[in-house]
Design a protein around this ligand. Structure first.
Ligand code: AMP
Ligand code: AMP
Length: 225
């Protein structure tokens, strides 16, 4: 009897542990969009997807579960590989809005698979694979960065102050973004990625609880693509 009891207790504990591991907690998402011109305008350069040159618009990089202290979980569920058949209805929208630019050219599956496995598996407690990709696509519609910048007279092919770019987005979106810069092959600072924050359910943009680290110059390039 005693033996059976301890087996039952052990199994219960094991189950609790499995649930805990599978539902790795997080406090908010970073929704990260990327300017393709800046990904390509570097020493490393880029490769257009097999489906052709993406349109000159911000593309999705990822939707990343994050903690309020700035740390983040990653690769949370090795038992949940990216499954293209679960997002087949979203594929053409993903090719347009979430284009791969890595070399050698691909159709995007490798990039999406990386994003799902590293980041998406850490929000599986709220979003399955289909919901995760669908949410990112809908957030891009909600936060139209190219339009936001354009409304303030900020268009590709010129340099702008970091402040004016932040202000343009804050005005359009309602929250202050984080701007990540990279360097072109001459070492100039350029607008690479824009971070916005989203609540854990994915329904609302929120004020970022914490910003990433890193610095841009006061004046940054917004290269054409
Ligand atoms: P992450 O691991 O999600 O933090 O993203 C960083 C990785 O994504 C790096 O290996 C980047 O080279 C890669 N990456 C960023 N943008 C793209 C893109 N548009 N296409 C393919 N890979 C990308
Ligand atoms: P600093 O010049 O570093 O004192 O920053 C002035 C203000 O700009 C502070 O509110 C910073 O948080 C903000 N800031 C600095 N760099 C960035 C960036 N890359 N993206 C968004 N805000 C920034």
């Amino acid at each position: 009897m005693k033996f059976q009891c301890s087996i039952v207790i052990s199994l219960l504990l094991l189950q609790c542990l499995a649930v805990l591991v599978a539902s790795q907690s997080f406090d908010f998402f970073y929704f990260v969009q990327q300017w393709p011109g800046s990904y390509c305008d570097t020493e490393r350069s880029c490769c257009y997807p097999t489906t052709g040159k993406p349109t000159a618009d911000f593309g999705i990089h990822g939707l990343w579960p994050n903690h309020d202290d700035g740390s983040y979980p990653s690769n949370c569920d090795p038992n949940s590989p990216f499954n293209p058949s679960e997002v087949s209805d979203l594929k053409s929208s993903m090719q347009k809005n979430w284009p791969t630019l890595a070399c050698p050219s691909g159709d995007g599956q490798e990039f999406w698979s990386h994003e799902w496995e590293k980041h998406g598996t850490c929000s599986e407690s709220v979003l399955d694979q289909h919901a995760y990709f669908k949410l990112a696509l809908s957030l891009k519609q909600k936060a139209n960065l190219l339009q936001a910048l354009k409304s303030s007279g900020i268009t590709p092919g010129s340099s702008y102050s970091l402040e004016s770019i932040k202000d343009a987005i804050t005005e359009a979106v309602g929250y202050t973004p984080w701007i990540e810069c990279n360097k072109d092959s001459s070492g100039n600072s350029q607008l690479y990625q824009i971070y916005l924050c989203v609540d854990t359910s994915g329904s609302d943009l929120i004020k970022c609880p914490v910003f990433p680290k890193g610095a841009c110059s006061k004046e940054i390039e917004f290269p054409s693509f």
